[in-house]
Design a protein around this ligand. Structure first.
Ligand SMILES: Cc1cc2nc3c(=O)[nH]c(=O)nc-3n(C[C@H](O)[C@H](O)[C@H](O)COP(=O)(O)OP(=O)(O)OC[C@H]3O[C@@H](n4cnc5c(N)ncnc54)[C@H](O)[C@@H]3O)c2cc1C
Length: 414
């Protein structure tokens, strides 16, 4: 007997199922494609397998609840101002998709293009920022360099006093960047995939990959074995664990990454401010909470929580940049598990095992890529070959040395 899942989003309904956004089906014995991971990337892959390739005999297997991983734990910053051409290609493709995603999904995702400032606090920061703005412009990405006074015009509450440990000297500014509502994005993608007949199966943990010869033919789960023509890993912080089930060792490390929110406030913060040097970034959510994050906790781990000293450091930095936040009460903290590659860029790739595909390594910054990641990964799965946007992100770059080092543009930042 099939049940359907509660919408959780008041006012958003499937036309023929007024109370539910997606079914809650039992798994079938076999699918053309099994996607492991019901976060943003798995759901976007399912959505674009249907939309771009007409492939519908697909299951998304999620060990917990839909979007219970990083998807609904992230701080939702969306931007495309990365340094290298390869990154600009995929993140700008994502930003263009975000600009039409609410219409595409016919679902409110609250995408707000309020701009993102990346602050510069030293002469070297300024030089790196100007270099990045120039690289962005060459790639058709909107980018400006602002001095401290211009930063203050965009974000009046930022402290531009030069009498602090890390004075604001200027910032890169991407006006088309912004935030979206992460859980709405997941629900909209799930609703779209479900409506096309894709099975989204929650509480279904993959415990093994069935490999015969050198080809994956299915998965073992707590709900029994499921045969698969192709298997796609979209499991973020657990991807290296799953790949190891097929004997593949990935150059990916899993770390806790924390975030926190304040109590609800009146609108005070009109944009998104990020600082790699002081290790904090802040936006104000649609409901009114100040949303703040920092860098990863340094150790490896699979716990969805982090260390207290990281939050302490993050709040000290936030208060130096925004003295008025000293009066705000902290409402909630949490953590996710991010999958970090040595060059701070993702992996979109075939693997040494036939019909097993990888989408991981997005680290601290994969939310913004969600639609493009799904788009190019669906293309890779459907055609068996990467398209031009995915090709540079293949696993073989760790052998050839053609790394895409985005530490400067990804860094602490998301
Ligand atoms: C605190 C925090 C802040 C962040 N801020 C930003 C930001 O501002 N901007 C940005 O662009 N990015 C940000 N990120 C990064 C972003 O959230 C991730 O890169 C992105 O969400 C990863 O893709 P996903 O949504 O598919 O991952 P997830 O939502 O984690 O999906 C992976 C899913 O796989 C499931 N899974 C794992 N193992 C199994 C198994 N064996 N069987 C079945 N299912 C399994 C998990 O339960 C999980 O639901 C942030 C991350 C965190 C943690």
């Amino acid at each position: 007997m099939e049940s359907r899942v509660s919408p959780q989003a008041p006012g958003a309904h499937l036309p023929d199922h007024p109370d539910f956004l997606w079914r809650n089906p039992e798994p079938k014995r076999s699918y053309d494609v099994v996607i492991i991971g019901g976060g943003g990337h798995g759901l976007a892959t399912a959505h674009y397998l249907v939309r771009n390739h007409g492939i519908t005999n697909v299951a998304v297997l999620e060990k917990g609840w839909l979007a219970g991983g990083n998807m609904a734990r992230n701080t939702t910053i969306i931007r495309s101002n990365y340094l290298w051409d390869e990154s600009a290609g995929i993140y700008e493709h994502a930003l263009k998709l975000w600009e039409g995603l609410a219409e595409e999904l016919d679902y409110p995702i609250l995408f707000s293009q309020r701009g993102v400032l990346n602050l510069a606090h030293s002469l070297q920061d300024v030089r790196d920022s100007v270099r990045r703005v120039e690289a962005n412009r060459l790639n058709g990405v909107d980018a400006e360099y602002l001095d401290a006074e211009q930063v203050k015009e965009v974000c009046p509450i930022v402290n531009i006093s030069q009498d602090v440990r890390y004075p604001v000297l200027g910032a890169t500014y991407q006006p088309r960047a912004g935030i979206a509502k992460h859980d709405h994005v997941a629900w909209g993608l799930a609703r779209s995939a479900d409506a096309a007949g894709i099975d989204i199966i929650q509480n279904c943990e993959v415990t093994g990959l069935d490999v015969v010869g050198n080809r994956v033919v299915g998965v073992q789960t707590n709900l029994g074995p499921i045969a698969a023509g192709k298997v796609a890993l979209c499991s973020a912080g657990h991807t290296s664990v799953l790949a190891a089930m097929a004997g593949i060792e990935l150059p990916v490390q899993s770390h806790p990454l924390q975030a926190l929110v304040s109590e609800l406030l009146e609108p005070v913060h009109p944009t998104v401010v990020m600082s790699n040097a002081v290790h904090v970034y802040v936006s104000q959510a649609h409901k009114g909470e100040l949303v703040m994050g920092a860098g990863i906790d340094a150790y490896n781990g699979y716990g969805q929580r982090g260390s207290f000293h990281v939050i302490e450091h993050q709040l000290a930095a936030a208060i130096e940049l925004f003295p008025m936040f000293a009066n705000a009460a902290l409402l909630r903290t949490w953590g996710g598990i991010v999958d970090v590659c040595p060059d701070a860029s993702p992996i979109l790739s075939r693997t040494p095992v036939e019909n097993l595909f990888l989408n991981c390594g997005w680290g601290t910054g994969g939310f913004k890529a969600t639609p493009a990641s799904g788009w190019v990964f669906a293309d890779l799965i459907a055609n068996g070959e990467p398209g031009p946007l995915a090709r540079p992100f293949a696993l073989d770059r760790f052998v050839s040395g053609a790394l895409i080092d985005e530490h400067g543009a990804a860094g602490v930042a998301h």
